[in-house]
Design a protein around this ligand. Structure first.
Ligand SMILES: O=C(O)[C@@H](CO)OP(=O)(O)O
Length: 239
């Protein structure tokens, strides 16, 4: 039996501004930092001893992992970062305001882009190293992606494509640790985690539309040796 804990990063600067974030490298807001620390306190209360941590190559997930593990007294554990755990790439929607998008394209279209399994967002025309949004420069396709296999850098992803690029890393690393009985924590993103949750729990393509993962509320799974789910709970801060 192993424990798997999934943590969506705390609120990012762009979550606070209601902007489509995707692969643009934004930071945690002050509220996001507090949420990440609280996630760590909740994990400390549960008494979970981790063996391995995984995160994406995006700052908001990495710093969430670090704040949470520091709070839990386990910042020292081995950690590995992979672009495969990045947020779903939101294509040409990145940097746009979600409410403005709903006004322009309609609520239903935006819901399909945000929560459906297989509807692609409008794609990027080009992959630039940085992007400028609201007068500020943010990292985008920079050298952290130098090791991505030729042709695999996305121009925009739906949940299906996201799951297809998360799964090789799940198979090659995470599932092997779990099968060996290691307790694993993954700090990642709303949609890369929805993809993983779909896979772990066997959720249908239709039902995944209704699945939401809150910032900074750890999902704790007990997994059997064959990685089937024995129990699941969400750790929520006291109201
Ligand atoms: O902006 C994003 O990249 C994601 C997660 O914050 O948003 P959404 O909830 O629309 O999937």
């Amino acid at each position: 039996m192993a424990k798997l804990v999934l943590i969506r990063h705390g609120q990012s600067e762009w979550n606070a501004l209601n902007l489509f974030n995707g692969w643009v490298d934004t930071k945690l807001s002050d509220k996001g930092i507090a949420q990440a620390r609280t996630a760590g306190e909740l994990l400390a209360k549960e008494g979970i001893q981790f063996d391995q941590a995984y995160t994406s190559v995006l700052t908001r997930a990495i710093t969430t992992l670090h704040y949470a593990l520091e709070e839990a007294g386990q910042l020292w554990i081995p950690e590995m970062k992979s672009w495969r755990l990045n947020e779903r790439h939101y294509g040409a929607l990145q940097g746009l305001n979600k409410a403005d998008a709903a006004e322009k394209w309609g609520d239903e279209q935006v819901l399909q882009w945000r929560r459906s399994y297989d509807v692609l967002p409008p794609l990027l025309e080009e992959q630039t190293e940085t992007v400028e949004v609201l007068g500020k420069e943010y990292p985008a396709f920079d050298r952290r992606y130098a090791d991505v296999p030729e042709g695999e850098l996305p121009f925009g992803e739906n949940l299906k494509v996201t799951l297809e690029r998360v799964l090789p890393f799940w198979e090659s690393n995470i599932s092997k640790d779990l099968a060996a009985g290691k307790n694993v924590v993954i700090a990642a993103h709303g949609n890369s985690l929805r993809a993983l949750v779909k896979h772990i729990e066997g959720i249908s393509d239709d039902d995944i539309l209704g699945v939401e993962i809150a910032n900074g509320e750890p999902l704790v799974y007990d997994l059997a040796d064959d990685l089937s789910v024995v129990s699941k709970k969400v750790l929520k801060p006291e109201a």
